[in-house]
Write a protein that binds this ligand. Structure first.
Ligand code: HEM
Length: 119
């Protein structure tokens, strides 16, 4: 059987590094950085890592809210959503994730657009 996406992203260790880089990218991305001005960085990195670990076939460690509840009322627009995808791809490339795995992650993230961007 083929390895899960979780395994192909380097398991918990690999995904924790990718998620950390993703959040670091958000904090310097001029399109979205202000969204995270009040955030606790370690908490956010932990939420991103556990969300990815659970969502890619790893252990059930995510304890945060679902995507609708987490983003409700924020008025996130499509350009901000693309900015998050850009940051994700940058983090994946930096961690030498293969093209195919990058495409799989992008597809999964894109499929959540309707829960995060309204209007
Ligand atoms: C597919 C895309 C996205 C995913 C998978 C995602 C995932 C998450 C997760 C897992 C959390 C933590 C929820 C919790 O702990 O209860 C979160 C919170 C948050 N997200 Fe997203 N998100 C996405 C897109 C966006 C976009 C486009 C924005 C706006 C630029 C955004 C802004 C935020 C903010 C401001 C928080 C709260 C941070 C805090 O409480 O400190 N997210 N997101």
């Amino acid at each position: 059987m083929e390895a899960s996406l979780y395994e192909r992203l380097g398991g918990t260790e690999g995904i924790t590094q990718i998620a950390s880089d993703l959040v670091d990218n958000h904090l310097v991305n001029p399109r979205i950085a202000t969204r995270f001005a009040e955030s606790d960085v370690d908490t956010l990195k932990n939420a991103a890592a556990t969300f990815f670990i659970t969502g890619t076939g790893g252990p059930e460690v995510y304890e945060g809210r679902d995507m609708v509840a987490a983003h409700k009322g924020m008025n996130i627009d499509a350009a901000e959503f693309v900015a998050v995808l850009d940051d994700a791809l940058k983090a994946l490339s930096k961690n030498n994730v293969g093209q195919r795995e990058q495409e799989e992650v992008l597809f999964i993230l894109y499929s959540m657009k309707g829960d995060i961007v309204f209007g």
